[in-house]
Every structure is written in structure tokens, then in C-alpha cells.
Design a binder for this molecule. Structure first.
Ligand code: PMP
Length: 336
């Protein structure tokens, strides 16, 4: 018998799967880490559970308490499922560019969701971060995960995600590719893998419009602009982003991210989100550059189910101008 006492022990131990059709015979091996197979359908389940259990041990989160967080959706889901099992209340703030599926899913898990404007600076009192901070101050017995600046976000991936990838591959990896959102996945898992595997290179993936790549390459903050891919990129620097473990950061545009996610579905049978598409786009590029004999591990942070009415829809791709490319007509032409 293999029975979980509750859903929380089903977090992690996600499959690592080899790509076949997106990479050529002379390219490096690309292994994708299917984080969408977590119970909350994203990598964030790991971090949420780790931080909540640490806060319980440290007495920062007491029975019947409220967890407050600003989230692009996935962290909220991880928090909400742990809160449901453990009996906490949840209040989440989410920017209004996030998919309705993500917002309604959190409500379905029993959370209160406060939707905030996307197009305001991080320090604006209306931003999702400042709104969460205010709700944290105003709610008695509240605990804020503070994933963007909490070193435990990094620690979760250092203690859990990194070792899992190491064990699954016997440490035979040459490149680790991960999108940069809070930076927690790269800063934690990337740090662990780099310490264990001599010569391993960490490659961060950043959407065009985010400040990470420019800051990494020039030390300066560029002017951010809005982009459509969800979960990666930032308009500010975060405490959970440790640039010291990163060897390279590559930028990917929305179209490249969405096309790669759609190809992953159609050609590999792997249904993942846009940040997974961004990471796969970079991994496939890298696989060509470094060639056969090398191994690349790529994180697929969340599920395609959250984007069925967005980039996984042909109509949405067409309506948002992603279907046109010189000479190519329909979405199908573009993809084949
Ligand atoms: N992809 C998605 C869909 C996410 O929700 C997140 C988390 N914001 C990431 C990637 C990036 O992960 P991290 O925050 O650990 O950098």
C-alpha cells in the first residue's frame, strides 16, 4: 500500500523527462523537470510548504492564523492547499494581468483574493506588494510569506529542489536552466547544484521587459516594460535573487515563450505554462550551441491548464498578434 496521510506529502518527487522532438540528434540532452505535477500544479508548492512549516516551528505562525501573500497565483495555490490541510486562513493580492483561472482557483481553495493594478510601480501603495504589506499589518495574527525577500524561499529550493534534481541525475548535469521570478528556484537549486557539480553552469531565463538581464550584464537597472508571460521577470531587484550563483541570463520574448510552450504540448505531450516555454526556448537554443554529450536540466514551473484561454488558444494568439510572422499565415503555419 502506498497511502499519503494528506496531500502535502505528495509535493515534490516530480518526474524528469527527456525531450525528443524539440531537440536535434546532434544537440545536448534536454531533461525537463515537470513541476506542474505537484498537487497545486506548480513548483511553488515546495516553497510554500517549506516556509509555512518553518514559520510554525519558529512560532511565527500560530494555530488558526492568517497567511498573507502577494502572488502571481502559483504561490497562492501552494499556500492555500497547505492552509486547507493545516487550518489557516489566506488573503492573497494578485495583479490584474493574471489569468482569471488563477484568481478563481484561489477563491475555490477558500482564500480571499484582492486584485490590484499591474501598471503601477512596486512602491505605489496600490501595488500588489504594498497592498499585501498593508493587509499583513492590519490583520491580527497574520504571517506574510514575503517570497520576494525571504531567504527561506532560497533555502527551500536549496534543501528540497536542488537535492532532488541531483539524485535523479546522479549529478550528471552540465547546465541548469530556470526562469527568474522571485529568483528563489535559481538561487536555491542552482546554488546546491553548483556546489555539488564542478563546472556546472546556471542559466537564468528572463522575459524581455524585465530588469534582471540588464542588471546582470551591466549592473544598471533598465526601464521595465509590461510583457505577457506570467511568473518570471521583475521590475525591481528581489532579496531572493542571488546573482552570484548565475553564470548567464538570457532574455526571451513573449512570442518565443508561447510558441515553445505550444510546441512542448503538441510535439512532446507536455502541457506547461509560458515560463516553462521561455525556459525550454533557452534550453533548446543552448542544446544546439553546446551539442551532443552535454546534459541540460530545465524547470517547467507550472501547468498549461492555467493558460487554456490565453496562449494555448489559437484565437488568443491571433488576437494578440503572436500568430503573424513574415510570410506565415495561420497559427498552424507558425507552429509547424
Ligand atoms: N514560473 C511561474 C509560472 C511562476 O509562478 C514562478 C514564480 N513567480 C516562476 C516561474 C519563477 O520561480 P521563482 O520565483 O522561484 O524564480
Amino acid at each position: 500500500m502506498e497511502i499519503h496521510d494528506n496531500i502535502l506529502s505528495a509535493i515534490g518527487h516530480t518526474p524528469l523527462v527527456k525531450l525528443h522532438r524539440l531537440v536535434g540528434p546532434n544537440d545536448a540532452t534536454v531533461l525537463v523537470k515537470c513541476e506542474f505535477m505537484n498537487p497545486g500544479a506548480s513548483i511553488k508548492d515546495r516553497m510554500a510548504l517549506y516556509i509555512i512549516e518553518k514559520a510554525e516551528k519558529e512560532g511565527k505562525l500560530k494555530p488558526g492564523g492568517t497567511i498573507v501573500e502577494n502572488t502571481s497565483g502559483n504561490t497562492g495555490m501552494g499556500v492555500a492547499l497547505a492552509a486547507a490541510v493545516k487550518g489557516y486562513k489566506c488573503i492573497f493580492t494578485m495583479p490584474d494581468k493574471m489569468s482569471l483561472e488563477k484568481i478563481n482557483r484561489l477563491k475555490a481553495m477558500g482564500a480571499q483574493v484582492v486584485v490590484t493594478p499591474t501598471n503601477v510601480p512596486a512602491e505605489d501603495p496600490r501595488s500588489y506588494y504594498e497592498t499585501a504589506k498593508r493587509l499583513h499589518r492590519e490583520t491580527p495574527g497574520a504571517f506574510m510569506l514575503n517570497q520576494y525577500h525571504n531567504p527561506d524561499n532560497i533555502e527551500a529550493h536549496y534543501k528540497v529542489t536542488g537535492p532532488e534534481i541531483y539524485e535523479q541525475t546522479d549529478g550528471k548535469i552540465d547546465y541548469f536552466v530556470s526562469g527568474l521570478g522571485t529568483g528563489g528556484t535559481m538561487s536555491g537549486a542552482g546554488k546546491f547544484l553548483k556546489e555539488k557539480i564542478p563546472g556546472l553552469k546556471n542559466v537564468g531565463v528572463d522575459p524581455e521587459g524585465s530588469v534582471y538581464e540588464g542588471y546582470f550584464k551591466t549592473g544598471k537597472l533598465t526601464e521595465p516594460h509590461v510583457y505577457k508571460v506570467e511568473g518570471i521577470g521583475e521590475d525591481m531587484l528581489c532579496g531572493a535573487m542571488d546573482f552570484k550563483v548565475v553564470d548567464d541570463i538570457r532574455q526571451v520574448d513573449d512570442r518565443q515563450s508561447f510558441v515553445a510552450a505550444r510546441r512542448l504540448a503538441r510535439e512532446e505531450g507536455i502541457f506547461a505554462g509560458g515560463s516553462a516555454g521561455a525556459a525550454v526556448h533557452v534550453a533548446v537554443q543552448l542544446a544546439k550551441e553546446v551539442g551532443k554529450g552535454k546534459t541540460i536540466v530545465v524547470i517547467l514551473p507550472d501547468t498549461g491548464m492555467s493558460y487554456v484561454s490565453k496562449f494555448h488558444s489559437d484565437e488568443w494568439m491571433r488576437d494578440n498578434g503572436f500568430a503573424e510572422e513574415k510570410g506565415a499565415g495561420t497559427v498552424r503555419d507558425l507552429l509547424n
